[in-house]
Design a protein around this ligand. Structure first.
Ligand code: SF4
Ligand code: SF4
Length: 215
């Protein structure tokens, strides 16, 4: 589900949208957290490579985007995904996604999967970034987590916890000790929603309104 490209994982780059990051104070928090997650994935892949194991995930390998039904998304991530879709997604993906989001009930896959690729790749959630499979690519419909758990990379806790630590002030937990406790208790998990349960159907109208305002 990472749909990570070799360049991405060899040298993770922080996303940079300076004007938007000034306008939306939560956006740099999200980018910083995603950078840490990506660095953790990168480090995890390097560790596996040192053991002679190779990442199977490749660009446009995407059966996991159909197989996984319960991808967790945190509120800050929801904001990021919505922002990207409404304000940044360019043609022709923009029109294709608008159409797709209008027939959500007919979809078997993630709403953002277009022609086998993630249309919101720069803003894909942490769960997608961290799901990486070694060895051979997943077969159609295979969830490697259940069929071959040993090939699914475990996130390195330090990077994930630091990413949560960066995000916690956004949720009102500013004190360092309180943040540490919240991470230890897994308090953030209670805020996550399943991606498919989110109200993506409202996005096309917001995209059109944004387009009208931008004319
Ligand atoms: S190998 Fe599996 S987890 Fe990796 S991108 Fe392909 S389908 Fe997804
Ligand atoms: S957001 Fe959807 S399409 Fe993108 S990587 Fe995650 S599951 Fe796949």
């Amino acid at each position: 589900m990472s749909k990570i490209s070799e360049t991405d994982y060899r040298k993770p780059q922080r996303q940079s949208f300076p004007d938007d990051e000034l306008r939306y104070n939560w956006l740099p928090i999200l980018f910083d957290a995603y950078t840490l997650i990506d660095e953790g994935v990168s480090e995890g892949i390097r560790r596996e490579e040192r053991q002679g194991r190779e990442l199977a995930c490749r660009k446009n390998c995407s059966s996991c985007c159909s197989t996984h039904q319960d991808i967790p998304v945190y509120p800050l991530e929801l904001m990021g995904m919505s922002w990207y879709v409404i304000e940044k997604l360019q043609s022709p993906l923009r029109e294709q996604l608008m159409q797709q989001l209008q027939r959500l009930d007919m979809l078997d896959s993630c709403p953002f999967l277009l022609s086998g690729a993630c249309s919101i790749h720069p803003l894909r959630p942490m769960a997608c970034r961290q799901f990486n499979v070694l060895g051979k690519p997943c077969a159609e419909g295979e969830d490697a987590f259940h069929t071959r758990r040993g090939d699914v990379m475990d996130p390195i806790p330090r990077y994930r916890d630091e990413a949560f630590d960066i995000m916690l002030p956004f949720y009102g937990v500013r004190d360092k000790a309180a943040r540490r406790q919240a991470i230890k208790r897994g308090a953030l998990h209670a805020l996550a929603r399943a991606m498919r349960d989110c109200t993506w159907g409202s996005l096309p109208a917001k995209m059109r309104a944004f387009d009208d305002l931008s004319k």
